[in-house]
Each structure stands twice: as C-alpha cells, then as structure tokens.
Design a protein around this ligand. Structure first.
Ligand SMILES: [Zn+2]
Length: 66
C-alpha cells in the first residue's frame, strides 16, 4: 500500500475524476479511491453539486479517447 504517501482531499470540496477500475474495487471497501490528480477521495453520489478539480479535468482531457 502506498496510501501513506498520498494526500487526502477535503471531503466534499471537489469532484475528482478517477479511473473506472478503481471505482469497481475500492468503493465497496468504504475507503477512498485514488483520483487522477493523486489524492484519495471517497466517491459520492452528488458529483454534480461540487466544482470539478481542475487538475483532474486537465489530466482527463489528455487521455486518449477510445
Ligand atoms: Zn483531483
């Protein structure tokens, strides 16, 4: 585990993007998942209500679209 090296986001402050494979695994353990910008966060149902993390948004836009 590399969790100790990662920063934790403030809950509910930003909506982060993450990889779908992370969502499939970690969500059910009740712990956070690693976002694209490298912070851990707990996915919530009301993403739309939060401002999107600009770092995540930038990294997401750089991903190849398939
Ligand atoms: Zn982020």
């Amino acid at each position: 585990m590399e969790a100790k090296q990662l920063l934790f986001s403030e809950p509910g402050k930003f909506s982060h993007y993450t990889h779908r494979k992370h969502l499939a695994g970690k969500t059910f353990e009740g712990s956070g998942v690693r976002s694209m910008c490298g912070v851990y966060f707990v996915p919530s149902q009301d993403h739309g209500a939060l401002p999107t993390c600009s770092t995540c948004e930038e990294m997401y836009s750089l991903l190849p679209k398939e």
